[in-house]
Design a protein around this ligand. Structure first.
Ligand code: BG6
Length: 331
């Protein structure tokens, strides 16, 4: 039920490009949105940090659909980006959790994420629900623009409806993450690597680790490592390798071998059945099989847990992370 999307079929067909803008974790949900919308709707999508977008004299017009993502709906930079987009004639869809928030009031269309009040200061379920909103938006646009067969839309929707049970499975089988955290919580540097959608999730995983355990983390597009930073992969450095994307799996295996050749300690996240990864990684956590486009919903869970366990083993107060606020209404 996207009953607060008011675009007419003609307006949807008239969209030439999409710009997604947000801050922090919401920006990372936007990165997943880019991959998903481009793949399903075949429209060019740009993702921009709201504090960059608003000051950059952005190129947008009435044929641009701007999507703003904000859990609180009150983030100053995101709100300013929304106003800038509307001033330039773009239509704005808001993905937000808070009913009647500023972002919701000022947007043309709204998708509420219905996450309920988020207690954790570090954004967790807000991210998951923002992903779901992105999938629904992409599927709706794909349906209206005829870029995806009805059968495929039904298949993805069906999987989306039942994915909560797989999320529970991930939570129940997260022991390798806890063990990895116990072993490496004293590390001061970590790397997250992935390709495609896994890269977008790697960015969110590294942000969570930094936010609550204060460990330096770098998220890298796995194919980019060899263009410089491989020098930082040294003995025993923890590398979290995301390899859930079937079409990129072989490439990821090569990247894992690259870091293993430098004696990194690797925990890999792979889809069930991809057991060959166990031969090269030190530990593997298997994600229940799902449509590869929906994998981020499941993949982020072990990364959030990793940040949590690392923080707990380091004696950090996960409920009161240093310098982290739920909502930032100043610039
Ligand atoms: C930061 C929060 O201040 O703002 C992050 O600490 C959040 O957790 C970001 O992702 C954006 O907030 P919002 O409410 O616009 O999604």
């Amino acid at each position: 039920m996207l009953d607060e999307i008011n675009m007419t079929p003609e307006q949807i067909k008239g969209i030439k490009r999409i710009v997604i803008t947000a801050c922090g974790t919401a920006y990372h949900a936007g990165l997943v949105g880019k991959y998903v919308i481009e793949q399903l709707v075949r429209l060019p999508v740009e993702v921009d940090i709201a504090s960059e977008f608003r000051y950059r004299d952005p190129i947008i017009d009435k044929d641009t659909l701007v999507v703003v993502v904000s859990q609180s709906g009150e983030t100053a930079d995101t709100l300013a980006a929304l106003r800038e987009a509307r001033r330039r004639g773009a239509r704005v869809v808001a993905i937000t959790n808070v009913i009647a928030s500023s972002v919701a009031r000022e947007a043309d269309d709204i998708i509420y994420t219905w996450a309920g009040p988020e207690i954790s200061v570090a954004s967790t379920k807000a991210y998951t629900t923002q992903l779901v909103a992105m999938y629904l938006l992409a599927l709706y646009l794909a349906q209206e623009r005829n870029t995806l067969a009805a059968g495929n839309i039904k298949e993805i929707l069906g999987e989306l409806k039942s994915i909560y049970a797989k999320a529970q499975e991930v939570l129940d089988n997260a022991a390798p993450v806890k063990e990895f955290a116990q072993q490496y919580h004293r590390s001061e540097d970590t790397f997250f690597i992935g390709r495609g959608l896994d890269y977008a999730v790697a960015l969110e995983g590294s942000l969570k680790l930094k936010e609550i355990s204060y460990i330096h983390a770098e998220a890298y597009a796995a194919g980019e490592l060899k263009h410089g930073t491989l020098a930082l992969i040294v003995e025993n450095i923890p590398v979290i390798a995301l390899a859930t994307q079937q079409s990129l799996f072989e490439k990821m295996v090569s990247n894992i071998k690259e870091v293993k050749a430098r004696d990194a300690s690797v925990i890999a996240l792979a889809m069930e059945g991809h057991t060959e990864v166990a031969k090269i990684a030190d530990r593997v956590l298997y994600i229940p099989k799902t449509h590869q486009i929906l994998a981020p919903i499941l993949t982020v869970i072990p990364l959030q847990l990793l940040a949590y366990y690392m923080a707990v083993y380091r004696g950090c107060d996960v409920d009161k992370p240093r310098n982290l606020a739920k909502s930032v209404t100043v610039e």
